[in-house]
Design a protein around this ligand. Structure first.
Ligand SMILES: [Zn+2]
Length: 294
């Protein structure tokens, strides 16, 4: 072979090898891009299912002053945190702030409902001065007033929402407000779809409103909903079965008094706090488990 031909072959050879390399490299890149796409698609699919079970993790309490589940705990029941003349269901925010400040200054711990459930059912100890703050109906002022005040003192609370009101009316909470509260350690739980009087409904209708409201909140927050407060505190012989079948593990009434396991996990008492209760009455209600209910 002549030198000229050898050079031509060499150049052709280099071009061929470079071509093969470029093809192979691009192909690899495409394959890995495809792989990444497949992985991220799978991850997208997985995330909601994982989140569905995610709730704020219950704390493990360890100090010398703990109580166990044979004792009672006050579960405070509020509604609106705002002022309205002659409406005792609306506790003015200054009054609410004074009550929360009292709890803070006197060493109280606010429990989440998961922590309370663990106390009641699994006999996990909780601090001696444990208390639970609940707000019924899901009024907008729960976000504007109560949420801000509770956060200021490092407290949490549970909001029992009427799901048909979410995003519907300016006086009730929106889904974005509920999401924000949920992400900051607050419980959002059910108060049925239409604030239904469960005692007047058949088993099927009770089951429907209990299940639909649970699913509605779960869809908004991407987490499991497990607790309910019966509207008006009303229930009948079918209510407990409907509540269990609809997926709840604990329920609250409006029966007055501190809550304990003797009442049963589906008929728990609460301590009503109204605008008519000054700080002394508030202290009286949370200091003695057997406070005079009238
Ligand atoms: Zn209500």
């Amino acid at each position: 072979m002549r030198l000229k031909n050898k050079v031509i072959f060499l150049i052709l050879g280099i071009i061929l090898i470079a071509g093969v390399f470029t093809y192979y490299f691009n192909n690899e890149k495409l394959t890995s891009q495809k792989k990444t796409q497949v992985i991220s698609k799978n991850q997208e699919k997985k995330i909601p299912q994982e989140n569905k079970k995610k709730r704020n993790k219950p704390r493990e309490f360890q100090n010398t002053q703990l109580i166990y589940n044979d004792k009672s705990i006050p579960v405070l029941m509020y509604h609106s945190i705002d002022y309205e003349k002659n409406n005792e269901l609306r506790v003015p925010k200054e009054q609410f702030r004074q009550q929360m400040k009292y709890l803070k200054d006197n060493g109280y711990t606010t429990l989440t409902l998961d922590e309370f459930y663990n106390f009641l059912i699994n006999n996990k100890p909780v601090p001696l001065k444990s208390i639970i703050v609940t707000l019924d109906d899901g009024y907008k002022d729960n976000y504007i007033n109560a949420y801000k005040i509770l956060k200021e003192f490092g407290f949490n609370a549970t909001v029992f929402v009427i799901t048909s009101t979410i995003d519907k009316d300016g006086s009730y909470l929106t889904s974005s407000e509920l999401k924000e509260m949920d992400q900051n350690g607050f419980d959002v739980e059910s108060h049925t779809v239409n604030h239904d009087k469960l005692n007047e409904l058949t088993y099927e209708k009770q089951y429907r409103t209990l299940k639909d409201s649970r699913e509605c909140i779960e869809k908004i927050l991407n987490k499991q909903v497990k607790y309910i407060a019966y509207p008006f505190g009303k229930f009948n012989n079918y209510t407990q079965k409907a509540t269990v079948d609809a997926g709840y593990i604990m329920a609250f009434t409006t029966n007055s008094g501190w809550a304990n396991k003797g009442q049963g996990t589906y008929k728990l008492n609460r301590v009503y706090i109204s605008a008519n209760h000054d700080i002394n009455e508030f202290i009286r209600r949370i200091t003695n488990a057997k406070y005079n209910l009238n």
